[in-house]
Design a protein around this ligand. Structure first.
Ligand SMILES: NC(=O)c1ccc[n+]([C@@H]2O[C@H](COP(=O)([O-])OP(=O)(O)OC[C@H]3O[C@@H](n4cnc5c(N)ncnc54)[C@H](OP(=O)(O)O)[C@@H]3O)[C@@H](O)[C@H]2O)c1
Length: 296
């Protein structure tokens, strides 16, 4: 197994990718901002899976940091075979807010970076004749909940176009579109998880394993779980009044929260249900599906 790079690999869905890839025997490059958490996740992966782990502390809202990751993707000494562009954060900011700084930051971390890092990965992988790029989008791509939906729609569309440009190269591009996943994401975005029926939530580990399986099979748009595949089929092929109604309901519930316009706090600061963020483990059994920020 070769090297895999995961942005946002210290929490939630990214951490689940790290867990799944380490279990497959991949050596890992893990990217996030929080150095202490990076070190704990790396140590857990080395100890539990005997894989090599590099950590890169980088703020993906800063172009110079993104360029460092792009250079790592271009490295031919220990080439990256699989790149997961996953880092991101919830964005409940109102589109009429006069301060657009958070919106711009989101477009960089979840949009421009996907372009830059996919581009670097794709060129290096095509030159070597193989590789996989996984871009984490969202089921939100098919509704209209602020700029977050717009960015994630772009990620899906971009990845579909990339897959066409990669045809005949043996390099795979896959966009992943999860519904609601129990991670630190929701509390970091707005202090509370949305009041969603329990059966609609899916597990981060299921997102990662489904995405890796779909990418290996050549699937370009991966939607984890049957219930969300049905939901997205209805959103795309049913009457447009359905996604519009869902969008109004979700946006309205966020207005009730008063909206959020801050840079999300560190994972370890959203602690209400966290099992033990200070002691990361790569074992899924130690990461209850409702434990935001539980480490690997
Ligand atoms: N949870 C859901 O319901 C859901 C549903 C659909 C799609 N998604 C998408 O899944 C992805 C992962 O979300 P999650 O739920 O796993 O959230 P999470 O638990 O909050 O994890 C986010 C990860 O991204 C990293 N990150 C955030 N901002 C960063 C930045 N500026 N630079 C570098 N790293 C950064 C975080 O580490 P640091 O804070 O240390 O940097 C952390 O490792 C996101 O793209 C999100 O949009 C989530």
């Amino acid at each position: 197994m070769g090297w895999a790079l995961v942005t946002g690999g210290t929490s939630g869905i990214g951490l689940a990718f790290v867990r799944a890839l380490a279990a497959e025997g991949h050596d890992l490059v893990i990217v996030a901002r929080d150095e202490a958490r990076l070190a704990k996740v790396a140590e857990a992966a080395r100890t539990q899976y005997k894989v090599a782990v590099e950590t890169v502390s980088a703020d993906l809202a800063v172009r110079a940091d993104v360029d460092r990751i792009a250079s790592r993707l271009d490295d031919t000494d220990s080439p990256i075979d699989l790149c997961v562009n996953n880092a991101g954060f919830g964005l409940h900011a109102n589109l009429l807010d006069d301060d657009t700084a958070l919106q711009e930051r989101a477009m960089m971390v979840m949009g421009t970076d996907v372009l830059l890092l996919s581009n670097a990965a794709a060129r290096a992988m095509v030159a070597r004749g193989s590789g996989t790029i996984i871009n984490v989008a969202s089921a939100s791509a098919w509704i209209y909940t602020g700029n977050y939906s717009a960015i994630k729609r772009w990620v899906v569309s971009y990845t579909q176009a990339l897959a066409i440009d990669l045809e005949g190269t043996s390099v795979q591009a896959t966009a992943v579109c999860p519904g609601w996943v129990k991670t630190a994401f929701h509390e970091r975005a707005g202090g509370e998880r949305p009041h969603i029926p329990g059966w609609l939530w899916i597990k981060a580990d299921d997102v990662a394993t489904t995405a890796l399986r779909d990418a290996a099979r050549g699937v370009v748009v991966s939607v984890p779980s049957l219930k969300w595949r049905i939901g997205l089929w209805v959103a795309q092929h049913g009457p447009q009044s359905v996604p519009l109604a869902v969008s109004r309901a979700v946006t309205g519930s966020r207005r009730g929260e008063g909206g959020v316009s801050h840079v999300p706090p560190p994972v370890d600061k959203v602690t209400s249900e966290t099992s033990d963020p200070a002691s990361p483990t790569l074992s899924a059994a130690d990461s209850p599906d409702d434990a935001p920020g539980s480490a690997v």
